[in-house]
Unconditional design. Structure first.
Length: 228
């Protein structure tokens, strides 16, 4: 499956060309590498007039190692491909049933630093989870979103970004309704024994598309308010 970029949608009633409102692209299921290369090409080709975009997808099974990723965090070979990529962070898993939200944003235009964007992404996921009755939180120095559980805590969303020429790509991954088994063969995000969870196991029955619409709308509202 490729990452063909169909005609984007706009949130709400924004007028065409309204640069304050990011464009939304629903890619459907995609292969990771094709989408990654499409993000790189988009970022390399954009200019000051290029609208920011939010891409929603879910990937075929793949482990990705970030720029700081170390192979020792891959505990055993289970046949799932491993790809070294240019986002921040360590190792994570992507697969069907996981919402992936990519943010292609001009930081200066939005008056944002990278850490502010990370906090914005985390806060959108936290707000969504709170609307589902779940008490989620972020952690300083460990990007992502977490929930208290019997094991202490479990991670439900991972984050990783790349900045090129002041513009971001990559984004966040939120576990919705997926096979979590492949996480047992890695140290998720580089942390030995870190538990992971998902919406379905917490009693939240939502589709990836539905969750994507809600999280993307929250993110668009926050980004639109940051336009300089």
């Amino acid at each position: 499956m490729d990452a063909t970029l169909q005609e984007p949608m706009r949130f709400g009633d924004a007028k065409p060309g309204a640069s304050s409102v990011p464009l939304l692209r629903r890619l459907g299921p995609t292969g990771y590498e094709a989408t990654w290369r499409a993000m790189q090409a988009f970022t390399s080709g954009r200019n000051a007039a290029t609208a920011d975009e939010i891409w929603l997808t879910e990937h075929e099974p793949v482990y990705t190692l970030g720029l700081a990723g170390r192979r020792e965090h891959l505990l055993r070979d289970n046949g799932i491909p491993v790809l070294k990529v240019d986002r921040g962070g360590q190792v994570t898993y992507h697969g069907p049933g996981q919402l992936v939200v990519y943010v292609l944003v001009d930081l200066a235009r939005r008056r944002l630093g990278v850490r502010q964007l990370v906090r914005t992404l985390e806060s959108c996921v936290i707000e969504f989870l709170q609307s589902c009755g779940l008490a989620a939180y972020a952690k300083a120095g460990a990007p992502g979103v977490y929930l208290a559980c019997t094991a202490g805590e479990a991670k439900i969303a991972a984050l990783g970004l790349r900045v090129r020429n002041g513009c971001t790509y990559h984004g966040l991954a939120l576990n919705v309704d997926m096979d979590l088994t492949p996480f047992a063969d890695i140290d998720p995000c580089g942390y030995r024994g870190l538990a992971v969870t998902q919406l379905k196991d917490l009693g939240i029955e939502r589709s990836v598309d539905e969750v994507g619409s809600l999280v993307a709308s929250m993110l668009s509202t926050r980004l639109s308010g940051r336009l300089s």
